[in-house]
Design a protein around this ligand. Sequence first.
Ligand SMILES: [Fe+2]
Ligand SMILES: [Fe+2]
Length: 253
Amino acid sequence: METKIDEIAEGVFRLSTFVPEIAPPAGFTFNQFLLMADEPLLFHCGFRGMFPTASAAVARLLPLERLRWISFGHVEADECGAMNQWLAVAPNAQVAHGQTACMVSLNDLSDCAPRILGDGEVVDLGGKRVRYIDTAHVPHGWEAGILYEEVTGTLLCGDLFSHTGNGPAVVDTDIVGPAIAAEEMFLSSSLTPTTGRTIRGLAELAPRTLALMHGSSLSGRAGDALVNLGDYYDQRVRRTLAELDAAFGENPA
Ligand SMILES: [Fe+2]
Ligand SMILES: [Fe+2]
């Protein structure tokens, strides 16, 4: 297993570990993002089993003990499995997440008390600023949230737009089509009446780069991609409601 490093925006490094055995034949990437700042932040911890290669990659960019913040989208093994391994090698680091994640899981799971971020709260990292946004159940998990780095305009999307393959670190081509194809295969997203609206709402941040946990990041036309992905989920909700109507009749109550 090897972790590749690419700078996808100024001081935003993508650490990518490709696993060909997942979703063959295309395979699947697991990406972490290191934000270089006075208080460096790592977004996604990775699996526990990936920690040796991922931490070696981060150590090529900065001494691990300089890490100040650790965050991620939601509570799953690829997002936060190695959380306590990072905390062990970075004694100045603290996990930061939303109120739901901390109260439901992280107050118990994290070896050090996490910092609770309010919806919309901005943390000044010194040279970079991250805004935390609650996105409950988007893409999945009650505790789900997203970070937006305001200086570079980088939206740390987590599992949104997940797609298979080991493409370039960053592309300026369509990522919505591949994301829909992967979603139709994995069915990993929570489908709620507000899924589409929540995703489209992120376009109001006017991000310049979408940093994806699984797949190539996007540079340019990021707002359009968010709107189109949100529309796709609305269509799926309508499709599902139509199927329910067909099966049970309209307004069964
Ligand atoms: Fe996930
Ligand atoms: Fe993930």
